[in-house]
Every structure is written in structure tokens, then in C-alpha cells.
Design a protein around this ligand. Sequence first.
Ligand code: PLP
Length: 479
Amino acid sequence: MDSVSRSLRMIPNVNECLHSFIESGDLDDVPLSRLKYCTRIYLEKTRQEILRGDHISSSDRTSIIDGLKAFVRRYHRPRLERVVNGTGVIVHTNLGRSLLPSSSTDALLLAGQNYTNLEFDLETGKRGSRYAHVEDLLCELTGAEAALVVNNNAAAVLLALETLAKNKEVVVSRGQLIEIGGSFRIPDIMKRSGALLVETGTTNRTRIEDYRGAVTNETALLLRVHCSNYRIIGFTSEVSGPELVQLGKSLAVPVMEDLGSGCFIDLSRFGLAKEPTVQETVASGMGIVTFSGDKLLGGPQAGLILGKRIYIEQIKKNPLNRAVRIDKFTLAALESILRLYLDETLAVREIPTLAMIASPEQSVRERAKACQQRLAAKMKDLCSVDVVQVDSRVGGGAMPEQNIPSWAVALRPAVMTIHQLEKSLRRSSVPVIGRVENDLFLLDMRTVRDDELALIVEGLLGTLVVAAGGEQKTYPGEK
Ligand SMILES: *Cc1c(COP(=O)(O)O)cnc(C)c1O
């Protein structure tokens, strides 16, 4: 008998595996149907590996069952996990964008565990509007006449275009035909909304006469799009929001601006470039303004639409609005965030996205030093640990080219490569995500909380001790 058939004969059947689970009792928390499902997947994978010849020939029944148990443990972990963000990118779309303050998580619990007056008017006892809970706040905070909230900013732009410009023309500068994160492209969104894109100006320069020249009887909207994730530099010119509003007024064409990030607070006092705030954009007379809830606003995923009542009322009545409406959790988190903005000092202190941007360089450096101290004692010669100056990023397509001076812990392991370290930390029981730069693994402390330092120490110890031949790493719940 050849070694392949010998190995194949080692594979236990599903019932044997299930019996083994019952005997050892260490997978008691996994439902039987899932045990069967995982066992079939794992045994088939093992069979394929043997047939390909890349399965260790010494594998016996016991080691296959042990491998299967570890597989079931991993498979049964919740898929959405917390991670430590050591990238220094504050609004990191792949890591969930903004973190919520505790007043928002309290509001989420309340809305999840209790019935609420979501669409019930407690004064009249009749049906109410879910948007009423935040519309007044949004108008109070921004000076807008009316407001609406949908699922995300992409939906906000789509809905506004579909309502106001279907089968009509929308004029956009060639310098603003942007793509965000692959799937959101202004020309594509425009096409889906039924609006006809009229490009004007050139990639690097668009003047007010370009807009004027592009307007016809069919023009429904002048659209301005914030260049969130890139910047045209050199010989450039762009028409400002207020200038475009003036032109719109003189031609009786509404003007819309997709702000992308949209911030209520002027962040230039924290060393970032001056960008018009939402309030300033509204005050400039813009007919419709849209932005995300989870970028610089620091709230839940949402698309906020503010502007003049005549346009917002039309958008509200669009049947598409029902398809992109927010749920009670978005509403609960958003209302609590907006309430914090009533007091700017409170907002900057309590809203994590703003607090991270505002955090003084010195306090980030102190956190880096504290992390280094904790690590240095434990790492000995497994890994060098230094504190270095780096640049954090706002992220989320907000403020390209904008760096915030920051401090990181820089690691160079002695017992593995930098890329092995990166991969291993990414797989620790609480994954730690950093970045590799100049052959160093960097953990930027601007996006790490003090209470996460212990997780970094734990992750590194697990990784490096195993690599140095120490004890075996275990998954949570594994014995
Ligand atoms: C981020 C962004 C969007 C998309 O917003 P989502 O909330 O992610 O849907 C649209 N336009 C601009 C300019 C953006 O920056």
C-alpha cells in the first residue's frame, strides 16, 4: 500500500469525530449541526491535502482529530472581532471608521432592549416621524432649514440626484469626478440616479465661466464634490462653494455640495488645514449639503442631507428614501452624538474621533513610552522596542496629505521577520494591527487607548514566545 492510501485510511469518519468530541467534552458549547458541518469541511480538506501530497505523512487519527478540534474552535469564534488599531489612521474604513462615545453606546443599548417612540408621537398618540428626533437638532446646530438622514453618504448623494435631477443635466467640474474606495464613482452614481453628467472645465483648472457656459435649459443642478482622497497640486484653480452659489442664484439653478467628511468643528486649531465646516457651507446658501455620519462627525454610519426646505421636502417624499432609511440604532447613536455638539468642548473631549485628532503630541508620546516600558521588561532579547516620531492620518478619505505629528512604538523582532510579526499579531486572540515601515513594525499610539496597552503586550508575548520555542498559543476558550 502506498503512503497516500495509508494516509487516506487514517481519516476518521464523521461519527468517530463526534464521539471523540462528546468524550472529551471540550466542544460542548458548539451546536451539533455546526460540529457536523465543520467536521465535513475539515475531513474533506484533509483528504484533498493528502491527495495533493502536501499532508505530513506521519499524521495519525489522533492528530487529525486534534487539528479538527482547533479548527472548530477557530470556526466558532464570532466573526466580527475587536482589534487594536495601531495604524494611526483615525477614521479607518476597514477597521470600522469612528468609535462611539459612551453616551452613544448607552443609547444603543436603550434602543435595543426597550420599545421606543421611534415613529410614535407621544403628544398626539399618533404616528410620528423617525427623522423628527434628529432634524431639529441638525437644524439648530447647522442653521439649515431642513434635514434628512439616510443610510450612508453614497445613498444621500444618489437620493438627492434622483430626486432633483433625474433625466436632467448636472454640471460637475472635471477636477471633481472622483472615485472613493472603488465602488463609489461620481459618474456611476450619476448614471444610476438617471441624471445626465455634464463635465466642465479641465482636470486641474475649472473657472466660474466654465460652469456658466455649461448651463442649459435642461440643467437641474450644479454639483460640487469634495476631493476627499486626493489633491490636485500645481497649476490649479477651483470655484469655491460661495462663488458657485452666487452663480446658481443668478441662473436660478440649485447648487449641491457633497462634503464627504463634513465637520462641525474647525479643525485648523489642532494644526490641520482649514476646511469649510458644515455650518459655513450651509450659511453660504448651498441648496443641498451631504456628508457622512461616521467620518469626521464621529458618529454611526449615516448620510446626512441638509439644506433648503423646498429641496429636502422633495427628497423626503421620494419612494427611494424608504429603501435607504436608517434604523433605530443609527438614530439613537446619531442623536446622542449631535447632543454632544451642543457644547463644542464636550464634543472634542467625548467624541473619540475628535479626541484622537485633538490629542496633544506630548500625551501620545507618553503613551508610547508607557508601552515601551511595559514591553522592554518582558521582551528582553526577543525584540527591540523603541519610541519613534511618526505621522498619523485622519483617514476615511478626509483631508488627504494631512499628517498629524505622532509617536509610535517601533518593534524589530530578533526571532522572526517583520512580516511574520505583522501576520502573527494580526492573528492573536485580540488582533493588533500596525504598519510596516523601513523594516520596523510601527504601532502609532494616537489611535490606541491606554487600556489597550495590555492587549499589545499580551499579543507580542504570545507571538514572540511561541516563535522562540516557548509554550503553545491557545485560542480563547481552548484549554
Ligand atoms: C466618503 C465619501 C462618500 C461616501 O460616503 P459613505 O458614507 O462612505 O457612503 C461620498 N462622497 C465623498 C466626497 C466622500 O468623501
